[in-house]
Design a protein around this ligand. Structure first.
Ligand code: FES
Length: 107
């Protein structure tokens, strides 16, 4: 496990992550998707576990889920669990903590 910090303050992170806009960030050797909903921030793998679509092109709904752009499967942003769609594995999600010191992500 490795810990990364983005930004130097909460305001910094809020500015870097416009609400609902899925961004890709490089953390060490890995690129992950990061998205903010209010003061909740979520990080998850870039590719959909169904057929590998780029989740940065998906969107977030009001139920705390990311919706894949290819076949519209939905995954819970907190747990990565498949919320709807056919059958596939769960989405890999990463622990995030937003504080006055920035955004900490553990991968
Ligand atoms: S590739 Fe994501 S739902 Fe099929």
């Amino acid at each position: 496990m490795a810990k990364f910090t983005l930004g130097k303050s909460k305001d910094d992170v809020m500015g870097m992550l416009p609400e609902g806009d899925i961004k890709i960030t490089q953390l060490g050797a890995r690129k992950v998707c990061v998205v903010r909903a209010g003061e909740d921030v979520f990080a998850f793998e870039q590719q959909c576990p169904h057929r590998g679509a780029a989740l940065k092109d998906g969107h977030i709904n009001g139920q705390g889920e990311v919706i894949c752009p290819l076949h519209a499967y939905r995954f819970d942003l907190k747990t990565g669990r498949l919320a709807s769609g056919g059958s596939c594995g769960d989405l890999q999600v990463y622990s995030c903590h937003l504080s006055e010191s920035g955004l900490e992500i553990v991968i």
